[in-house]
Design a binder for this molecule. Structure first.
Ligand SMILES: [Zn+2]
Length: 383
């Protein structure tokens, strides 16, 4: 546990493609069906750590446009002034030295930021600021976009869609010739685990007020843009893409943990750029939902960490993910663990663990927000 993570835990404790199938079957106890490896290589991937560059979406998908650069506000605002203006709560300097750390006790949570570091913590959970906080005259300053796109959404509780309008499209990543990453334990592919996860999640949500559609219910190829248009044409009110991860280097078996992505707000740099040009002036259709995206991402990530005990890899931002940036409803992409890590891959190979992952995502979407500092502190140490 890093010194900062320990500190966050202590402070937290103190502060207290397109199938139209409508899945109805219970899937809890069904084993994974082994799939044969097709000869063809994967041609399209949303996976964050491997695969070729994803081309910009074709004309069929909702198109992005460029915001004139003079419309982008570039201002640093003292945290104290913002907090006073928003009645957010007192600010405390919790470490000194060359890299001071600050805590803001808001009514609904605890924000921890560190000077010159984009990684910040909300109720003990890692998220990524667009810009590293600066310090002027001993006072922390945050970028105006971080206030509007990160801090302010966190200060609000997640509002689920109206009960009569809860339609989720669950997107099991990859499929068909697009294998995704491969488990180091049993050679199973990400596409199998992602489909299994989705099929476990669907019935739980259905019995709790959500209408559920899956982009695929079998091992088939579906283009990324079709996954977007499927959700759009069905007027989804939430889109959740499910994936598993792999370390960028095959030799790195240590990397582990769960992370959740949403699209990068216009004007901000992304947390993960991969080899895609990360143009901050781009406005994607999904940017209309910047606040909701973050709220869903934090809520789902929190629930996954609490139930799985997995390491927190944070809520992150990316522009290259076609399946989320083109969505016309709130959208997130979850990486449910590393198939390149033998210990995590063994857990993911266990059906009861995948059931837990499904229950965790469902819990985040059927209950009022439950992000409690003390809850999260317990998972701070990973396993
Ligand atoms: Zn993937």
């Amino acid at each position: 546990m890093s010194k900062l993570r320990f500190l966050v835990a202590v402070v937290s404790l103190v502060l207290t493609g397109c199938s139209t199938s409508h899945v109805k079957t219970t899937y809890a106890d069904q084993p994974l069906v082994p799939l044969k490896e097709p000869a063809k290589a994967s041609v399209e991937t949303e996976h964050v750590t491997e695969g070729p560059t994803i081309a910009p979406p074709p004309d069929a998908a909702p198109e992005a446009f460029h915001l004139p650069t003079n419309r982008l506000v570039n201002a640093w605002i003292p945290l104290r002034k913002w907090s006073d203006d928003h009645n957010a709560g007192p600010i405390q300097r919790i470490t000194n030295g060359t890299v001071p750390t600050f805590a803001l006790r808001a009514p609904n949570g605890l924000l921890i930021i560190r000077a010159y570091d984009q990684v910040a913590y909300w109720n003990g959970m890692e998220f990524h600021l667009g810009f590293a906080p600066q310090v002027l005259n001993g006072q922390p300053q945050l970028h105006s976009l971080d206030f509007t796109k990160n801090i302010e959404p966190l200060m609000h509780s997640l509002a689920l869609p109206e009960r009569t309008n809860r339609l989720i499209v669950i997107d099991p990543g990859h499929g068909g010739s697009n294998l995704g990453t491969k488990s180091v334990v049993d050679g199973s592919y990400e596409k199998q685990f992602a489909l299994d996860w989705a099929r476990r999640l669907a019935p739980i949500l259905e019995t709790n007020g959500w209408k559920v559609l899956l982009t695929r219910t079998s091992d088939v190829d579906i283009s990324l843009t079709n996954r977007v248009s499927f959700a759009d044409s069905n007027k989804a009110t939430l889109f959740v893409s499910l994936h598993f991860n792999a370390a960028p280097s095959p030799a790195d078996h240590e990397e582990a943990g769960i992370e959740t992505f949403c699209v990068t707000p216009t004007g901000m740099p992304s947390t993960l750029k991969r080899d895609w040009e990360d143009d901050p002036t781009l406005v994607f259709p999904n940017n209309r939902f910047d606040a909701e995206n973050l709220e869903y991402a934090m809520q789902v990530q929190h629930s996954l960490l609490k139930i799985s005990g997995a390491k927190d890899h944070g809520v992150r931002r990316a522009r290259f993910m076609t399946v989320i940036r083109g969505q016309t409803c709130p959208a997130i992409l979850v990486e449910g663990g590393y198939l390149s890590n033998p210990r995590e891959a063994r857990r993911i190979a266990d059906p009861s663990y995948r059931q837990k992952l499904a229950e965790a995502v469902a819990k985040a979407l059927i209950e009022p927000p439950t992000t409690q500092a003390a809850d999260v502190a317990k998972t701070e140490d990973g396993k």
